[in-house]
Design a protein around this ligand. Structure first.
Ligand SMILES: Cc1cc2nc3c(=O)[nH]c(=O)nc-3n(C[C@H](O)[C@H](O)[C@H](O)COP(=O)(O)OP(=O)(O)OC[C@H]3O[C@@H](n4cnc5c(N)ncnc54)[C@H](O)[C@@H]3O)c2cc1C
Length: 333
């Protein structure tokens, strides 16, 4: 490389690094929110919470428990019937990231927020958060709503017959929270909607911790009419965990989704992407099923793209697009 082009590369690299640092550290109004140790938890200000425990979980992740004293708990109905997260502030860099309390409002009512946090080696807040010792005070604010579930009594078109939750990695946390709100209390289990959780992890050793999978598996056994589970791993590096959940090898793609849809009778046996039938009558022109189906997809961007098309685009792509599902049936979290 010649002298001037080397200088140009250096200038561009420095400018990029500067812009990225500014993005991480620039005080936005939310990061600059005040801290109050007397007002209940809300999204408008930070509340001090105690890191009660920090337990190493599956590789590169921790299970954290934050606790709040009773006088900082929000009123019972203050939190939405929705998937929600809280922002945790990295007090060194003064930046915040959202994390999803696994037991949602139920946990909060006990003053407890349990988090499963993946540590990215080059990640600012996740690395900081996973390094905090138990007993330390952390600042949190929330709730921040990710997706709102229509109430069970809602008989409008918004109520769904089949909800497919498709997650990758820590993308399972919002779905665990949703399922916890539905299945942890038998009085809340409604006969109307069936949920299918399809989760994928890179390997058997990086599957979500047993604390999550065992609970999900117990709910699926107890409520087979309302909940099914399917786990996928790209590669098996450990013996399959004894969960009672079938483990498939391979990515979540057309084969896995097709199998899940057939199980719920949403695709006929002949309706196979590879069949001569699919070739002469493309999915988009086939009549839509009258059952109300919703797909929530949460995980790394490449996974979301492969399943439903990219975030922020109004046309359904990916496997679901090829199968003929439409934008109003899909939410990318
Ligand atoms: C609504 C919501 C809820 C969330 N809940 C949880 C949760 O319960 N548990 C949890 O562990 N995380 C959760 N996250 C992700 C979390 O907010 C952070 O994005 C993550 O911890 C990385 O932040 P960081 O500051 O460590 O990394 P950054 O410094 O922001 O990024 C560093 C590196 O990590 C990569 N990276 C960042 N985020 C991701 C990601 N999600 N997938 C793949 N690569 C990524 C970046 O590409 C980059 O290379 C949630 C995100 C959202 C939007």
């Amino acid at each position: 490389m010649t002298g001037p082009s080397r200088v140009a590369v250096k200038v561009v690299s420095l400018a990029t690094a500067g812009a990225f640092t500014a993005y991480l550290t620039w005080p936005s109004p939310s990061k600059a929110a005040r801290t109050s140790a007397t007002e209940p938890l809300a999204s408008t200000h930070f509340t001090p919470a105690t890191l009660a425990s920090s337990v190493p979980s599956v590789p590169h992740s921790k299970l954290l428990t934050l606790t709040l004293p009773p006088h900082l708990l929000p009123p019972k109905d203050a939190f939405p019937r929705a998937i929600w997260s809280i922002y945790v502030k990295d007090s060194d860099l003064q930046i915040e990231r959202p994390y999803t309390p696994l037991e949602g409002t139920d946990g909060l009512e006990r003053g407890e927020l349990k988090l499963w946090v993946k540590r990215y080696d080059d990640g600012e807040v996740s690395r900081w958060l996973c390094s905090r010792p138990p007993g330390e005070m952390l600042e949190i604010r929330g709730p921040v709503q990710t997706w709102a579930m229509p109430p069970p009594s809602d008989t409008s078109a918004e109520q769904f017959d089949e909800v497919f939750l498709i997650s990758g990695g820590t993308g399972i946390t919002p779905f665990y929270q949703l399922l916890h709100s539905l299945f942890s209390d038998p009085t809340r289990v409604s006969g109307k909607t069936h949920y299918t959780l399809i989760h994928s992890s890179p390997s058997t050793s990086t599957l979500p911790p047993p604390q999550l999978l065992d609970t999900l598996s117990a709910w699926a056994r107890r409520y087979p009419r309302n909940l099914s589970l399917s786990l996928c791993v790209d590669a098996r590096d450990l013996p399959d965990p004894p969960l009672g959940i079938k483990l498939h090898e391979g990515r979540v793609g057309s084969a896995v989704l097709d199998r899940a849809l057939r199980r719920r009778s949403l695709r006929a046996q002949t309706d196979d992407a590879q069949s001569w039938w699919a070739r002469v009558w493309p999915a988009r022109s086939r009549p839509q099923t009258p059952r109300r189906v919703l797909f929530l997809v949460c995980g790394p961007d490449p996974m979301i793209r492969a399943i439903a098309g990219p975030k922020g685009v109004q046309t359904t792509g990916g496997v679901l697009g090829q199968m003929g599902f439409q934008e109003h049936q899909i939410r990318r979290l």
